[in-house]
Ligand binder design. Structure first.
Ligand code: ADP
Ligand code: MG
Length: 248
């Protein structure tokens, strides 16, 4: 077997068991540079667990996780973030009392720790990056607003912005459009399509219209294993996928 070492992310035979139950079972998954990959599948399929394994929140029982050809399955969460992997959880973790601007500023790599934040200087490089990111997540007009006052969708965008500030090479989003209005979903799809240059995006999502708008390739997970993989059309027409997921 020839191994393509140009993958952004390569999962080989990745398995995790919780008390003998294999939530992820011998998974092989390869994400290219500049690719938007979407993982779909029924509840309990192991989708969130895959993201947990990649970001170091859960430790694999066996198998390998290679990021830019480097084994990361033994690294802790901060080291994995530092390597260039950003992950958004289902519930946004923003600072509600701070402004949108301050939320973005705190996420800038140099502002990460207490000392960094104390001596933080609003130099032009930081300001440019901040405004660039604010624009890409549709929050330019809300920079001075307290984050608590944002709509649900805007909070999701702010959190994506907080990840983008760190310029991750791999961005992982777990159900990013859950609870969003139709127009917010369309805007989120546009955003993801624009921010993919020079990075890869791994998304877990149920909304098939949204998936259609963003996915370069779809992986269908079922009982911790891949049930089908390919472009949206082939996956949607796959009788196995219709039976366990799309038919419901
Ligand atoms: P999905 O995101 O596809 O809905 P999950 O990855 O959240 O599924 O969960 C897959 C399975 O693994 C579920 O049966 C869930 O209960 C189980 N699971 C996930 N995380 C843990 C954990 N930390 N400990 C025990 N069981 C877990
Ligand atoms: Mg989940």
């Amino acid at each position: 077997m020839s191994i393509n070492t140009n993958y952004m992310l390569a999962l080989n035979n990745l398995t995790v068991s919780f008390d003998g139950f294999k939530a992820v079972d011998g998974l092989n998954l390869y994400v290219d540079k500049n690719e938007i990959r979407v993982i779909i599948g029924p509840n309990g399929a192991g989708k969130t667990t895959v993201l947990d394994l990649i970001c170091g929140k859960t430790r694999a029982s066996s198998g390998s996780i290679k990021f830019q050809n480097e084994e990361i399955s033994q690294l802790n969460e901060p080291k994995i973030v530092h390597k260039g992997i950003g992950r958004k959880f289902q519930t946004p973790s923003i600072y509600e009392d701070l402004s949108v601007f301050e939320n973005l500023e705190l996420s800038f790599p140099r502002g990460r720790n207490v000392m960094g934040a104390l001596f933080f200087k609003r130099d032009s490089e930081v300001m440019d990056r901040l405004h660039e990111v604010a624009e890409s997540v549709f929050l330019t007009d809300c920079l001075d607003m307290q984050a608590a006052l944002l709509s649900h969708g805007q909070k999701q965008w702010l959190e994506i912005g907080m990840l983008l500030i760190q310029d991750p090479k791999l961005l992982m989003l777990d159900e990013p459009v859950a609870g969003m209005s139709v127009s917010e979903r369309v805007k989120t799809a546009d955003m993801l399509n624009r921010i993919t240059a020079n990075r890869s995006v791994l998304v877990v999502e149920h909304d098939m219209n949204f998936v259609k708008d963003i996915a370069h390739k779809v992986t269908v997970l079922h009982q911790g294993k891949i049930l089908a993989e390919g472009d949206m059309d082939s996956v949607q027409q796959d009788p196995k996928v219709i039976e366990v997921y799309l038919g419901h």
